[in-house]
Design a protein around this ligand. Structure first.
Ligand code: ATR
Length: 457
């Protein structure tokens, strides 16, 4: 996204509520990466979505997404509707034309592209769809349009599954489709199938599985769960325990957005751009990374581990990671190849982390901030907190620790002087690396965690 000016174009989302939407992350990241002068804004619409859509057209809005509860209700406001969206009976994307908005549904091709990316084809396959709500419609229509051999729709309320099968049958005449209640699952013929989990089960921590029998899931050669939070859903856990591959719905969310953007702009989004958007989206869903910087003895590891535990995030220590990858200690790396080689390893690791790391607290090596490139990579990876302590306090904390290659010194006084000097030399680099400085002296770990926790909220 460029700076907003008189020529900026507006994209938007209407729904109710829209407070927790992830679509701005997708679309504003795309505009930024593609250098388009467009801004995507959520519009909470309390009632009368038809008037809202007509108003949006008058305001010159370039394109809209539509979410719950208006995916059907906006249809009367449109000048036309794409045939696939008509078959699903719901639109989620409005594209501006001269006379008004045209309606599309990008959920179905979004799921399609997510499966293609994984090398999964539904053509000629037995497809088992769990659930019969709005999301199942897109999955059923996708399976139908891809030429599935037979579609089984299983739902707690069998009447809803029957209704969905009837409606899809009208759009795809001759399609082999069977609606079943969940407890009738043994009627699904035992043969290799693609499973698509479209119930809302998994969203809540206490949720179980729609069907419990392992033999039922053993039929799956691949499973896709439309739920994406938590990343490891009960359905995916079950498949994983049986050695069956599967993915969560984040890729469908991503691609429905990418396809909408392509419809608005008339240009295909290259996969390398999609990969960057995916990381941004994952960070928005599973948590932005938190990086802890600071001199040795500043508490990066203790605070980092406790913080990861408290926030339910993963933990990574750059020094430990480099030692693990190299199969030798940092002391040995310094002795064998020198400091510069080690710094290069740190930069290489940070490059990787900035491209793909998600939901992790990272404790960084004491000297990592010395390179400007590293400081930039750290900021691109997440929020950077500098844990700070005075030279005297640092001296007290590190004097017992013998595993510090840069601090080898003969006596206490010499150690104190080296710490003083290094802290002075590094101060500017630490300050430049940090988004926020946390003073640690005289504070308990719990107090430090609270300060970081408040800052990331
Ligand atoms: P969406 O638009 O995301 O598909 P929905 O229309 O509310 O959401 O549909 C939710 C789906 O999850 C339905 O298939 C629902 O089953 P019913 O049609 O019987 O309501 C299913 N679902 C929700 N809670 C469930 C539960 N506890 N056990 C089994 N299925 C459940």
């Amino acid at each position: 996204m460029k700076e907003i000016s008189g020529t900026s174009r507006v994209l938007g989302l209407i729904g109710n509520p829209v407070r927790h939407t992830l679509s701005p992350v997708i679309h504003n990241t795309l505009s930024k990466l593609l250098g388009r002068d467009m801004v995507y804004v959520p519009f909470p619409v309390e009632s009368d979505p038809v008037t809202a859509v007509k108003g949006a057209f008058q305001l010159g809005i370039e394109g809209m997404n539509v979410t719950v509860p208006y995916k059907r209700d906006v249809i009367p406001a449109l000048t036309g509707i794409d045939p696939a969206a008509a078959a699903i009976g719901a639109v989620n994307t409005l594209v501006r034309t001269e006379k008004g908005f045209m309606g599309y549904n990008t959920d179905m091709p979004g799921l399609g592209r997510a499966l293609i990316q994984k090398g999964i084809s539904l053509a000629g396959k037995q497809v088992v769809i769990l659930g019969a709500g709005g999301a199942s419609r897109a999955a059923v229509c996708l399976a139908a349009s891809c030429g599935a051999d037979h579609i089984y729709i299983l739902n707690r309320t069998v009447e809803k599954a029957e209704c969905l099968a009837r409606e899809a049958g009208r759009s795809y005449p001759g399609l082999a489709m069977t609606a079943l209640a969940l407890e009738e699952y043994s009627k699904v013929p035992v043969k290799p199938s693609v499973f698509i989990q479209c119930t809302s089960l998994g969203l809540k921590p206490e949720d179980g599985l729609p069907i419990r029998d392992d033999d039922f899931y053993r039929m799956a050669e691949y499973g896709y769960d439309l739920v994406y939070r938590p990343a490891d859903t009960p359905f995916l856990k079950k498949l994983n325990s049986l050695g069956i591959p599967g993915d969560n719905g984040l890729s469908m969310l991503l691609y429905q957005g990418v396809i909408a953007y392509e419809l608005w702009t008339g240009q295909a989004v290259p996969e390398d751009i999609v990969a960057v958007v995916r990381t941004e989206l994952e960070r928005a869903v599973y948590g932005r990374n938190i990086l802890l910087a600071g001199y040795m003895g500043s508490g990066k590891t203790t605070v980092g581990k406790a913080l990861a535990e408290k926030l339910g995030m993963a933990f990574l220590d750059t020094d430990e990671e480099i030692e693990r990858r190299e199969g030798r200690s940092i002391r040995t790396i310094f002795a064998e190849e020198g400091e510069e080689a080690f710094r290069e390893m740190e930069t290489g690791l940070l490059r990787e982390l900035s491209a793909s790391l998600v939901g992790t607290v990272v404790s960084t090596g004491g000297g990592i901030v010395l390179r400007r490139e590293n400081r930039e990579l750290m900021k691109a990876t997440g929020r950077v907190f500098l844990l700070s302590a005075s030279p005297e306090e640092t001296f007290r904390r590190v004097k017992e620790d013998k595993n510090r290659p840069l601090l080898d010194s003969s006596g206490e006084e010499e150690l104190r002087q080296r710490i003083n000097l290094m802290l002075k030399e590094r101060r500017a680099a630490y300050d430049a690396a940090a988004d926020r400085v946390i003073e640690t002296e005289g504070k308990t770990v719990e107090k430090i965690l609270c300060e970081i926790g408040e800052a990331v909220e």
